[in-house]
Design a protein around this ligand. Structure first.
Ligand code: SAM
Ligand code: SF4
Length: 339
């Protein structure tokens, strides 16, 4: 039998990275991400963990080598650790069904103290933790939850369990703008890499994101007043550009979807908790994998759906936050698509 065809899109980009949202639910309510009274999906619409597992195996067969579990908050889904354990068994298990090189996770960190050891034992080696401020009151305002101490405990627990932690920071004008250098210095001091992210126009929230949109080009210039930023040879095939900071000994990534388009080398696709595959974070091109998984011939249907996804993946996204009205925000939230 011939090997299953790899996932290559119409622009000859090889797709090797899947971000899978295991739930749209979250225990925080970050103001830039979702409204305070967010409507979550009815549970019956969400894929079961078994369905997610089968689907992930189908992706791995087709050449997905990196799998990131995200959400919503992945660690609020009950029994989620069982999925991590099952997928962890696929890491470098070369039995002709594809090889998973890396299983990772993006989390807000609130439940990490509880799960860090289990994640590490399941084969997770690196995680991303989102942390936009180190000021407890500012954290409580930004996330509408007083949870900074649990997040910091979670990060410490993850490191104690041997996980490498990267800190993701969404740069927000007049919210954490002034604090960004301190967050970087703190994170590098803890041995954590930092990635700064521009806020993206995804889903309705109470406020106008334009009010807090902070172009990273300006942040980069400000950081250069304080530190040397040396271009780093580090590459992930992802959207970040990396810099080494000799003064702190750490690495800094900048993700600039608005000021600097990163689509040319895109190697990723995303699947929501209901099994909708989005070919691009910034577009509406989608394929229904849940229908495929629940059909009479799920394996064949999943393969066909993945082939369709390769045909419809667009060349690039068309986010524009400062052209008010020119490119409306996508209706779905980052927590739905999976960040
Ligand atoms: N709950 C987990 C967390 O916060 O890490 C995982 C899901 S969250 C949607 C993934 C990432 O998306 C986080 O780093 C978050 O800060 C970021 N994010 C959420 N909404 C965003 C937006 N509108 N623009 C840019 N980043 C956003
Ligand atoms: Fe939850 Fe993550 Fe969105 Fe914050 S950014 S509300 S932690 S999903």
């Amino acid at each position: 039998m011939s090997a299953p065809a790899p996932l290559v899109d119409q622009f000859q980009r090889r797709i090797t990275y899947l971000r899978l949202s295991v739930t749209d639910r979250c225990d925080l309510r970050c103001t830039y991400c979702m409204p305070e009274r967010m409507t979550f999906l009815p549970k019956k619409e969400v894929l079961t963990l078994d369905e997610m597992h089968d689907m992930a195996l189908g992706f791995i067969k087709r050449g997905i080598t990196k799998l990131r579990l995200t959400g919503g908050e992945p660690l609020v889904r009950r029994d989620m650790i069982e999925l991590v354990r099952a997928l962890g068994r696929r890491i470098r298990a070369d039995d002709g069904n594809g090889v998973l090189e890396e299983l990772t996770l993006t989390t807000n960190g609130t439940r990490l103290s509880q799960f860090a050891e289990d994640l590490s034992a399941a084969g997770v080696r690196r995680i991303n933790v989102s942390l936009d401020t180190l000021d407890r009151a500012a954290f409580a305002r930004l996330t509408r939850t007083d949870a900074l101490p649990s997040v910091l405990e979670g990060i410490a627990a993850a490191q104690a369990a041997g996980l490498k932690v990267k800190i993701n920071v969404v740069a927000l004008k007049s919210v954490n703008e002034h604090e960004i250098p301190d967050i970087i210095a703190w994170a590098h001091g803890q041995g954590c890499e930092v990635t700064l992210i521009e806020v993206m126009p995804l889903g309705e929230i109470e406020e106008d994101r334009l009010d807090h949109y902070l172009p990273l080009s300006g942040v980069e210039q400000a950081l250069r007043q304080r530190w040397t930023l040396t271009p780093s040879g580090h590459r992930t095939g992802g959207p970040a550009r990396y810099w080494d900071v000799p003064e702190t000994g750490g690495r800094l990534g900048l993700i600039t979807p608005l000021t600097n388009n990163f689509c040319e080398g895109c190697n990723r696709i995303r699947v929501t908790a209901t099994g909708q595959l989005y070919a691009c974070l910034g577009g509406n091109e989608q394929v229904d994998l849940r229908a495929a998984l629940r059909s009479d011939h799920p394996h064949e249907a999943l393969d066909e759906a993945l082939d369709t996804a390769m045909r419809i993946k667009p060349a690039r996204h068309h986010f524009a936050i400062d052209a008010r009205g020119a490119a409306p925000a996508l209706a779905r939230h980052m927590s739905t698509t999976g960040g």
